[in-house]
Design a protein. Structure first.
Length: 65
């Protein structure tokens, strides 16, 4: 689904960037350009960021256990 219409950025692109190390909104802005124009996507971007970080941390925890 498109999250940032201004830049044409999808939720999958955001998830992949987080998995590759963009662990905050500033890094996502620099790597993808998300939330750099009108800013309406910043809330949704933060939610996807947090969900992806939580999922990644849980996956790493269970992989170690």
């Amino acid at each position: 689904m498109y999250v940032c219409v201004c830049k044409g950025i999808t939720d999958r692109q955001i998830e992949n960037a987080v998995i590759e190390g963009a662990n905050n909104l500033g890094k996502l802005r620099r790597s993808l350009g998300v939330a750099t124009q009108c800013g309406k996507c910043s809330c949704e971007t933060r939610e996807i960021l947090q969900e992806t970080l939580n999922t990644t941390v849980q996956a790493e925890f269970y992989a170690v256990a």
